[in-house]
Design a protein around this ligand. Structure first.
Ligand SMILES: Cc1cc2nc3c(=O)[nH]c(=O)nc-3n(C[C@H](O)[C@H](O)[C@H](O)COP(=O)(O)OP(=O)(O)OC[C@H]3O[C@@H](n4cnc5c(N)ncnc54)[C@H](O)[C@@H]3O)c2cc1C
Ligand code: FES
Ligand code: FES
Length: 1359
């Protein structure tokens, strides 16, 4: 067994083609192999760590024993290529193609408008495709499960789900899951009307045709059946891989190389190696060692092979649950409960049971349940032979360590059946309902004897210490006691003493975690009570407590006794939250019957690139083939928040293989800083750094991995500078601001406050938000080779800004730099300024080396470096009358800008401009300032300050309602603008459409009866509360800097009649190119199919403005129209001569008659302005209005919630494309839901961003979509200020996501009433489960002692 043995060749299949790799490198993941080696770039990389599903592929294997082929989805970013020997991989390219035939999954995703930027689309397709390969007509539940591991940042998932729904055969029904949102509950069906017209026709969809699928390669079957198994070795640059074929060989290998890890799913090892730089010189793959995959049934339970994937374990346990009586499957059902929510499908398909146990994560979901359930492990080692080890408290030794020795192999796990009188339950609470590591997770088991006396009890927790923890003393205190309230109260006291977390514990959320330990025990208690009550026959030996009397907990303590079981009000603690996603409604106005067939304006035309995106053919920057001699740039970032740079030692980096050069501040030939808002921002730090994550230098190598290793080897010496500033409070105290401050005041605020019946002060703290565009920042700079000319391929929403940055940095005129933007995989404001800086640095590298240079940020780097939405502290004082009228309000906004100004002063401007939201407050003062801190610089994000500003106002309104004890929507109505109105800065407008949206939402949801139903639900449920909120938005469209309101276009018509359009807008999923095609189709009278938009290029359209401010279509549409009208006019003589001729004949004739078939168009937009001295102006062209109702159900014991229903009505004028506009509404809403309820950036006390990937930062997933999600575009709305009477819609609706926040607050308020608490209360954004649960002030959270702030260093900063 010589480690020196040379490499075997690796053989597997990709899309039906055999791949033989002679030098397979164990460090190569399948995704790199596909993209770089096979040039199959359809599979995307977004997070690289298994958390987003963008890289999903299907893996198929032949099982020679069962003689069946098994298909499963997997994340190619964590799949070592060496693991694939004998497998067949199908990528999105192998599924269907625009050149041959789309697969129905691809076709339906595209037609149902489920692809916007398209970066998630191949992954979505592959998850759904794999499901269909296993089950031709899956249930909605299976579809939800299959998509649970795939993230999309654009669509809001609704159209993706609807496209997949077309494959189900079940009625669109949850079969009685119940609750609000359940389709079996007739009164819940919104409006009860059919959704006509439809966004996509379902009649002519391609049928599912299994003959279209690639067959499993017969060669692989033959090899699996006939070829003898032999040990395989693969040897890479740094790591060797060995795959033994027997347990003996495995055990021997492990004893010879005890430090070599076993690799199964690679879901623990992979991220460690990739993100923490751990290198294992040898890894052992036991995937062919049969005993690790065996399943053995015994009369007491089942031995499950440790190598089985979690999905296989689900199948094994599911089969046992089907086969056995219920009382025997308590443990199996609890494990299945955990497995359903553990990670995404792709992870469960590869992650092994043994891997989960041995990884010993502190919050492993399985270990507490396996331990509580009394499982045993079969372990083999060379020294100890085969032995059994109990999986109990002694097994877990500390953080990520168990009692297994380094040479031990876990072979199998014994999972026992349960006996009568034995009850097992598992609970978990996570930051997101699914696909998120738990905050606290538990497994609990009790054995009851006669009189329901506790004979044995095992309580295990995860997430409350360095490893899985047994609450032994608590269990001890329960022994011998009857299962009842008195026992429980004592258990709480002991548990509180036993499970103690220091106030600064790793992971934070200390109070919440401690509260969960109690409330989950309470849930267990009730579950057992209820099970006892429901048991038809009292198990032998167990005298059900129902005979003894079950006591229910109320606020007052022990109270009523119910012989039937747990009272309904109490049972609310253990009812599952509703989860059935219904088909929603999408309403829009159809075009008039008189409109010409080929005029595409106003029709729900599919995104023009959707088929290419769904097939993986759409090209993003990193899909561009490498130019000859391309180098890769990796960046070195500061590890200190504020320090002088004493030196940068690159020698170790330069000695590494493949590392060729460096880029430092000194290398920049032109301007070394960018100028924003009058402040300078260094491209690469020279003498000083002012945040963790600031760019210091770059390393160039011949591959991305080598460049990254080089960057990791650079040593920067720092001298810390004193007192870094992190929080807004620090900044205010130190007067650390970016100027100017902004202020608007109207009326007399002091007088308004004096004359009010009531005055109230409050504050709202809003966290920031990571853009989390699925495509990370990407740049490729290619030197042309003469006259300092460069081509820049970049994922930028502002090509001109990038062009200027590159030119300025290189010291060349702009005419030498051409920026090309084909498409972006999402941007949301985050690809303007930050991208220009990255492009400039990459250009320096290309200039210095004379070679093409590619720089693609990894997700973690991207999140660290590029900033986020500004966190804001909003403070307010409000005066109001008894009838709810607000007489005066004084608001102060502090935005945490980070270390450079970027666009922060503009963001705070927009805050004070939108501080009225939809309300006419006669005396209003608002002040805003950008705080300069030592955190990464924040930047533009969809909504540009409005989501923060308006949320503070709505918080103020909610407080007024709570103070007066009145429904919040009534306070809103009393104060909303009515009739011809003037904003606080003097802009006139008519809020009629705001009211129309508002009233239409009220009518659609039937507000009065709904709120009544909510109240009665809350009375009937002690631990569940429903809440609702109806929120308006008035959003100003266009740039307040007048010069940005312009656009240009270039339209060429070719002799064959085809039209090529160039304009200044960048396609980032918002469908601008599709809308431009529609404009051309109307103006030239041609079908959209004749029109093509290739890219956005600074060579075709110079001096373009950023695609931002919801103004892209308004501006570019007018420019394109202008160009088309010029062309159409030029063709007039031809048309007059031949009025019946076709378009093609006219264009041919025009060429022959020497008429130019190329025209530029220009749009000189509105002269918006704001005079900050006078505090008045016309900063917008017009307002987009909307209103949104959301309703939630909150589990007060855990803070978990579901959005039961959301109804949005938006005024988009006359929609140019209703499917795109509805897509923007749904996507923005879900992004807003994420902002206000889910997404939490966390920083260490030293200013390091902890949340640097989808594992730590949760954006909404499929499980977050409102169960009933209805969007309507306001009919009969006209807008004289924009093209074809449409309105901008990209940003406004994001704020409506706050309706979920305020619905949660409403539910919390009902929960507080149970504890006797009334009136206004603080709830910060995002309303995470932690915050919502603690705000409910249940008896559980109130029992947890609170540590004095300042007496400890918290784990995370509250910035
Ligand atoms: C995106 C993501 C989400 C996740 N979410 C959750 C979650 O919600 N809940 C949860 O509990 N976990 C979660 N996990 C963790 C996941 O369940 C574990 O990483 C996985 O089960 C480990 O199994 P593996 O086969 O991939 O292990 P590998 O990464 O292949 O190996 C991990 C370690 O286990 C050792 N090992 C593996 N098998 C054996 C064996 N038979 N004998 C001895 N040692 C062995 C190896 O030596 C190695 O050190 C998540 C992981 C990811 C990447
Ligand atoms: S890129 Fe593989 S899961 Fe995100
Ligand atoms: S379309 Fe899903 S991420 Fe853009």
């Amino acid at each position: 067994m010589a480690v020196e043995k040379s490499s075997d060749s690796l053989c597997f299949f990709v899309n039906g083609r055999k791949v033989t790799e002679e030098n397979a490198d164990p460090e190569t993941m399948l995704v790199s192999f596909l993209r770089e080696k096979l040039r199959l770039t359809g599979t995307k990389v977004s997070c690289g760590g298994g958390g987003c599903g963008a890289c999903t592929v299907m893996v198929s294997r032949y099982d020679p024993l069962s003689r069946t082929v098994q298909h499963f989805s997997a994340n190619a970013c964590l799949l070592p290529v060496c693991q694939l020997a004998g497998a067949a991989v199908t990528t999105v390219e192998g599924v269907g193609s625009t050149k041959t035939r789309l697969h129905p999954v691809q076709e339906r995703l595209a037609k149902a408008h489920g692809s916007q930027c398209g970066f998630c689309s191949p992954g979505m397709v592959m998850s759904m495709y794999t499901l269909l390969r296993n089950q031709a007509a899956p249930s909605m539940e299976r579809i939800r499960e299959a998509l649970g591991g795939n993230l999309c940042r654009c669509t809001g998932y609704r159209p993706i789900i609807d496209s997949c729904r077309t494959f189900t055969q079940e009625s669109q029904c949850c079969q009685g899951n119940g609750g609000v949102g359940c389709c079996m509950n007739a009164e819940e069906t919104p409006g009860g009307e059919p959704s006509t017209p439809r966004l996509f026709p379902t009649e002519d969809l391609l049928p599912l045709d299994p003959t279209q699928d690639l067959i499993f390669p017969p060669e692989l079957m033959r090899v699996a059946l006939t070829e003898p198994q032999q040990t395989r070795w693969f040897r890479g640059e740094r790591v060797a891989w060995v795959s033994p074929v027997s347990l003996e060989e495995l055990v021997l290998l492990k004893s010879t190389h005890p430090q070599a890890p076993l690799v199964l799913g690679n879901t623990t090892l992979g991220p460690e190696m990739k993100f923490r730089g751990v290198v294992h010189p040898l890894v052992i793959s036991p995937s062919r060692v049969a005993p690790l995959f065996e399943i053995t049934h015994t009369p007491q339970g089942v031995w499950v092979g440790a190598g089985l994937s979690l999905t296989q374990v689900q199948m094994v346990l599911g089969a046992r649950v089907e086969a056995l009586p219920q009382e025997k499957t308590e443990l199996y059902r609890s494990l299945l409960h955990q497995l359903r929510a553990l990670a995404g499908q792709q992870i469960r398909n590869v992650a092994s049971l043994g891997g989960n146990i041995v990884s010993a994560l502190p919050n492993s979901d399985l270990n507490p349940v396996l331990a509580a359930g009394g499982c045993r492990l079969r372990v083999a080692s060379d020294a100890g032979g085969s032995r059994e080890v109990p999986l109990d408290q002694d097994f877990f030794r500390g953080f990520r360590t168990t009692l297994l020795g380094a040479a031990d192999v876990l072979v199998a796990v014994f999972v026992p059946e349960t006996r009568p009188g034995e009850f097992v339950r598992a609970f978990r609470q996570a930051p997101r309902k699914e696909n998120a590591l738990a905050t606290v997770t538990t497994g609990m088991r009790v054995v009851l004897g006669p009189g329901a006396v506790v004979r044995d009890v095992q309580l295990y927790y995860g997430g409350v210490g360095p490893c899985t923890l047994r609450a032994a003393r608590t269990g001890q205190a329960l022994l011998g006691r009857p299962w009842g309230e008195a026992m429980l109260q004592e258990a709480y006291s002991v548990l509180l003493e036993e499970v103690v977390l220091p106030p600064g514990a790793v992971g934070g959320k200390v109070g919440f975690r401690r509260s969960l330990t109690l409330s989950l025990l309470f849930k267990f208690y009730l579950e057992v009570q209820q099970a006892l009550a429901l048991m038809s026959t009292t198990p032998e030996g167990v005298q059900s407590t129902t005979q003894q009397g079950v006591q229910s907990t109320t606020q007052q303590g022990v109270q009523s006794t119910t012989p039937e079981g747990v009272p309904e009000r109490e049972l609310s603690a253990i009812r599952p939250l509703p989860c059935c996603i219904q088909p929603g409604q999408q309403g829009f106005q159809e075009v008039s019957g008189s409109q010409s067939e080929q005029d595409a304006v106003g029709r729900p035309v599919m995104h023009r690139s959707a088929p290419a995106q769904a097939t993986g053919e759409a090209v993003y920057v990193d899909d561009t083939p490498p130019p000859q001699g391309e180098l890769f740039l990796a960046l070195v970032t500061s590890t200190r928040p504020h320090a002088s740079i004493l030196g940068v030692d690159v020698s170790a980096a330069l000695r590494l293989p493949g590392v060729l050069d460096m880029v430092t501040h000194a290398d920049i030939p032109g301007r070394k800083a960018r100028s924003f808002m009058g402040y300078e921002e260094e491209l690469l730090a020279d003498k000083e750094v002012s945040c963790v994550g600031q760019l210091v230098c770059g390393v160039l190598a011949d591959s991305r991995d080598r460049a990254r290793r080089g960057a990791a080897a650079v040593r920067v010496r720092y001298q810390d500078l004193p007192d870094p500033v992190f929080t807004v409070e620090d900044a205010v105290q130190r007067e650390s601001f970016f100027l100017p401050r902004r202020r608007i005041e109207r009326g007399d605020v002091c007088k308004g406050l004096e004359t009010a019946d009531h005055v109230h002060s409050g504050e709202l703290r809003l966290g920031g938000q990571e853009h989390f565009y699925m495509e990370p920042q990407s740049v490729l700079v290619v030197p042309v080779g003469e006259e300092t000319e460069f081509h820049v391929y970049v994922s930028s929403q502002a090509p001109t800004i990038t062009q200027e940055a590159v030119a300025e940095t290189l010291g060349v005129p702009s005419n030498r730099v051409t920026c090309h933007v084909k498409r972006l995989g999402g941007a949301f404001g985050g690809k303007v300024t930050k991208t220009s800086i990255l492009a400039a640095i990459t250009a320096v590298a290309a200039w210095k080396t004379g070679r093409a240079v590619r720089c693609i940020l990894e997700r973690g780097e991207d999140m660290l470096i590029t900033g986020a939405r500004h966190p804001v502290l909003g403070r307010y004082q409000v005066g109001f009358m008894e009838d709810g009228r607000i007489t005066a309000a004084d608001l102060q906004y502090y935005a945490n800008a980070g270390n450079t100004v970027d666009e922060s002063t503009l963001v705070v401007e927009k805050m004070v401009l939108h501080m009225d939201n939809a309300y006419n407050i006669p005396n209003l003062r608002g002040r805003a300032v950008a705080c300069r801190t030592n955190l990464p610089s924040n930047t533009a994000f969809r909504g540009f300050g409005v989501p923060q500003a308006a949320a503070v106002v709505e918080s103020m309104i909610t407080d007024v309602a709570l103070c007066l004890g009145r429904p919040a929507h009534q306070i809103r109505e009393v104060n909303m603008y009515r009739g011809p109105s003037v904003t606080h800065y003097g802009m006139r407008f008519d809020p009629e459409n705001l009211w129309r949206c508002w009233e239409e939402v009220k009518g659609r949801v039937g507000l009065g009866p709904r709120l009544e139903a909510l109240r009665s639900f809350n009375q009937d449920h002690r631990w569940r509360k429903r809440g609702a909120a109806l929120i308006p938005i008035k959003y100003g469209v266009a740039f307040s800097e007048a010069f940005l309101n312009q656009a240009a276009a270039l339209v060429h018509v070719y002799k064959d009649g085809s039209v090529l359009v160039s304009h200044g807008g960048a396609e980032m999923g918002q469908g601008i190119h599709t809308k431009m095609q529609q404009v051309v189709s109307r103006e030239l009278g041609v079908p959209s199919s004749k029109v093509y938009v290739s890219e956005t290029s600074t060579a075709s359209v110079p001096n373009s403005c950023p695609s931002a401010a919801s103004f892209g279509t308004d501006a570019n549409g007018m420019a394109v129209r202008d160009a088309c009208q010029k062309l159409y006019k030029r063709l007039e003589p031809i048309r007059t001569k031949n009025p019946k001729g076709s378009w093609d004949s006219w264009t041919r004739a025009a060429f022959l008659e020497k008429i130019s078939l190329s025209a530029t168009g220009f749009f000189r937009g509105p002269d918006c302005y704001m005079d900050w001295e006078k505090m008045e102006g016309q900063p917008y062209s017009y307002f987009t209005y909307g209103a949104c109702y959301s309703e939630v159900e909150l589990d007060c014991l855990t803070g978990d919630y579901r959005t039961l229903r959301t109804d949005i009505v938006v005024d988009v004028g006359q929609s140019i494309n209703p499917s795109i506009d509805i897509g923007q509404v749904e996507g923005a809403f879900l992004q807003g839901l994420g902002l206000y309820t889910l997404e939490q950036l966390s920083f260490s006390p030293g200013g390091l961003l902890y949340s640097r990937g989808p594992s730590q930062y949760k954006i909404p997933a499929v499980c977050d979509v409102p169960l009933s999600f209805n969007v309507h575009l306001l009919p009969d709305s006209h807008n004289p200020h924009a093209i074809y009477s449409s309105k901008g819609i990209g940003e406004p609706v994001l704020f409506l996501g706050s309706s979920v926040f305020y619905a949660i607050k409403d539910a919390v308020s009902a929960a507080r009433a149970e504890s006797g608490l009334g009136g206004a209360f603080p709830l910060d954004s995002p309303a995470t489960p932690e915050r919502a649960c603690l705000a409910c002030a249940t008896p559980f959270s109130q029992r947890v002692p609170v540590s004095e702030p300042g007496s400890f260093t918290p784990w995370a900063l509250n910035i």
